[in-house]
Design a binder for this molecule. Structure first.
Ligand code: ATP
Length: 352
């Protein structure tokens, strides 16, 4: 079931939480709503759930306009950051609860709940109370409970925020496994770009209630549509170097960078170039793009991160740990031309 948001706006008093959203979430896909705090992710999720009604616009589940349909009629499963389990009920009874509320006979409810414990790999925890479970196990129960009614859409609101780094990784793989195994359409809210990029079929990036980009994770990373998207994705963050029209030679050594030369010359305005730290490499004096003094070095995993002082800005580069570089040295950095991003400095919009 495809989900369509058509001209959706949600206004709280004088705040536009989301503004004129138009997008389609494809059936069976996991889509992340990504963006900084306050960008409208949770509001969008609440609109999908039916707990909020939009100020204007329409929501379609397939061909059906559900804008005015109540939450309980939408066949939705929800998982929150707080697991919201009933502490006095066992794991199995927690999972059975939504079915019992719908008067599903006890035997059937039990069988369906048990099938869910199997799917979530928590069969052995059926009789425990939530207080006797780890955070990750509680989240598995919450997901099982959200899925037991066989919803058409699964909504997850920052479900991994309360877990430590290792468990987050494990649970995000689990969520992906289950989502694919049962083929459910899922919308996953997160402000963590790495999480969004790793788990999703598509990422919907938001800022100030407006969709910035809706694309596959890799294409959002490789072709960010504007400076905001470029900066929001990637860690360490992308380096942005502002060049003044006609004065690029002061910052960039364009000797062998013919395409860049052409692009900068063609644009009759200031251009910001984006260089991802992992795309930069130590190069020779003849072929470099930028150069400066190394002011800092540290080891990040298997790479070495260096910071290089240019005229105004500093640039981060992730380089091979064997590179013979020292703090205080002049360093020449190169990049493949196809990895350079160009943005209109004034509007932030991507060029080329
Ligand atoms: P976070 O990551 O911090 O949860 P978010 O991206 O989910 O943020 P929303 O919670 O959707 O953002 O909020 C979007 C904007 O709408 C914010 O400016 C917020 O202050 C405002 N807002 C959200 N809910 C309400 C409300 N019930 N009343 C008034 N303003 C609200």
């Amino acid at each position: 079931m495809d989900i369509h948001l058509r001209n959706i706006t949600m206004k709280f008093q004088d705040v536009y939480a989301v503004q004129n959203i138009n997008t389609t979430i494809k059936s069976g896909q996991l889509v992340s709503l990504l963006g900084p705090s306050g960008c409208g992710k949770s509001t969008t999720l609440m609109l999908l759930s039916g707990l909020y009604k939009p100020t204007s616009g329409d929501i379609y589940f397939g061909d059906k306009n559900v804008t005015n349909m109540e939450a309980e009629d939408r066949k939705i499963g929800m998982v929150f950051q707080s697991y919201a389990l009933y502490p006095h009920l066992s794991v199995l009874k927690n999972i059975m609860f939504p079915l019992r509320m719908e008067k599903v006979p006890k035997k059937e409810a039990k069988e369906r709940a048990q099938a869910m414990t199997k799917l979530m790999h928590i069969e052995h925890l059926q009789d425990r109370k939530p207080g006797q479970l780890s955070g990750g196990q509680q989240q598995r129960v919450a997901i099982a409970r959200a899925l037991v009614k066989e919803p058409k859409l699964l909504l997850l609101d920052e479900p991994l925020s309360n877990l430590d780094a290792r468990l987050r990784l494990e649970m995000r793989e689990e969520i992906r496994r289950i989502q694919q195994e049962i083929g459910i359409t899922a919308v996953f809210v997160t402000h963590d770009q790495e999480e969004a990029l790793s788990i999703s079929d598509h990422v919907l990036l938001m800022k100030d209630g407006v969709i910035q980009q809706h694309s596959k994770p890799q294409s959002m990373y490789r072709y960010p549509c504007n400076r905001f998207a470029a900066k929001f994705l990637g860690n360490p963050p992308i380096n942005l170097i502002e060049t003044k029209h006609g004065q690029t030679q002061e910052k960039l050594h364009l000797h062998t960078y013919n395409q860049t030369k052409q692009i900068l010359a063609a644009e009759q305005r200031d251009v910001t170039i984006g260089l991802r730290p992992e795309d930069l490499y130590v190069s020779s004096k003849e072929n470099h793009l930028i150069s400066g003094q190394v002011i800092h070095m540290e080891t990040i995993g298997r790479d070495t991160m260096i910071r290089v002082q240019l005229q105004e800005e500093t640039v981060r580069a992730l380089i091979h740990p064997d590179a013979t570089i020292q703090v205080g040295q002049t360093c020449y950095l190169g990049i493949k031309e196809e990895n350079i991003h160009y943005f209109n400095t004034e509007t932030g919009i991507r060029l080329t």
